[in-house]
Design a protein around this ligand. Structure first.
Ligand code: PMP
Length: 318
């Protein structure tokens, strides 16, 4: 789908995966006008396909587009394009229990710019790929390291939207952490340098005495759709959930820590390295709270339990 600055998107068409035409002077390459989304399609036992809350991705892309001064597809255009792309790729949706189809919508400035200026034209596109587990650990607990030198976001910046530049900011620490054998990096806030923010690709939760805490949304972390869903699921399961400033020192006392995201689903954290300390949780096993929440979320996403929240969208391949 394409549109001009200030305009609205015309309906697009399906194309075989391949290169797209982009001028060297395009807005996305020169001033970083680019947003993306990530969601998954799961195969049900009856062969139908389930999408999880696609309209939330549409709304998040729209709020990101506002921050990045870009036009964006309507919620309906976004969701219809996701449905059409998934149905056109239905043979790539793995069988139940064998993974999912990852869906990557992209919104980019595709018109020419020279100075610091808005792209005169935009392209919205979607590509898909079958995926298994995000971390090589699979469902086993992951190991994080707290980053002290760099930050992924600053107050007033773009950390709260899913713009491509945010991922450029984490590449150095992320690559260094991976090279040292860690699964991912945990970022602290850039002002006080002591409050938890998030991991490179997911949100974080800390459990202490059955109270679940997670950093509040305040513009420097991504408002994760899995985060929001897990908060609702946890509350419906009787847990107290607090969205607040979570001090990094609370990691030392926590019973359990876990991450949430479309790619990582609910990933238990086995250890966190913080300065020269390494804190371990649950003797390397995944904790009861994260296991419970993982189980409810994934059964919902795969259509194995009733969707009382009306979160899933069912597609019936012809
Ligand atoms: N934080 C960051 C930085 C992410 O890239 C993601 C993945 N989109 C998340 C959190 C989790 O968001 P969601 O649950 O919507 O996938």
């Amino acid at each position: 789908m394409k549109c001009a600055q200030g305009g609205s998107f015309s309906n697009g068409e399906l194309q075989r995966f391949g290169s797209i035409e982009l001028n060297p002077s395009s807005g996305v390459l020169n001033v970083g006008q680019g947003l993306f989304e990530g969601l998954k399609a799961y195969r049900k036992q009856d062969g139908n396909i389930l999408l999880f809350r696609p309209e939330e991705n549409a709304l998040r892309m729209r709020s990101g587009a506002e921050r990045m001064c870009m036009p964006s597809p309507t919620v309906e255009q976004f969701v219809e394009a996701v449905k059409a792309t998934v149905l056109a790729n239905k043979r790539w949706v793995p069988p139940p229990g064998k993974g999912s189809l990852y869906i990557r919508p992209l919104l980019i400035g595709s018109g020419d710019v020279l100075g610091v200026e808005l792209s005169p034209a935009y392209t919205f596109l979607i590509f898909v790929s079958p995926v298994g587990n995000y971390f090589k650990e699979g469902l086993a607990p992951i190991n994080l390291i707290v980053e002290h030198e760099s930050h992924r976001a600053i107050p007033g910046g773009t950390g709260g939207v899913k713009t491509i530049g945010n991922y450029a900011a984490v590449l150095k620490a992320h690559t260094a952490a991976k090279a040292k054998g860690y699964s991912d990096v945990l970022y602290l806030d850039s002002v006080h340098k002591k409050y938890l923010e998030e991991v490179s690709s997911c949100n974080i939760f800390v459990v202490k005495d059955d109270v679940i805490s997670t950093p509040a949304i305040k513009g420097t972390i991504l408002p994760g759709i899995t985060r929001k869903s897990i908060i609702d699921i946890a509350r419906s399961q009787g847990f107290q959930v607090e969205e607040r400033f979570v001090d990094v020192d609370e990691l030392l006392e926590a019973d359990e820590v876990f991450c949430t995201g479309t790619a990582v689903v609910v990933s238990p954290v086995g250890s966190i390295t913080y300065l020269d300390k390494r804190v371990s949780y649950g003797e390397g096993g995944s904790g009861a709270v994260s296991q419970k929440l993982y189980s409810v979320l994934t059964r919902l996403q795969m259509g194995l339990i009733e969707d009382k929240m009306d979160w899933t969208v069912e597609l019936k391949p012809a």
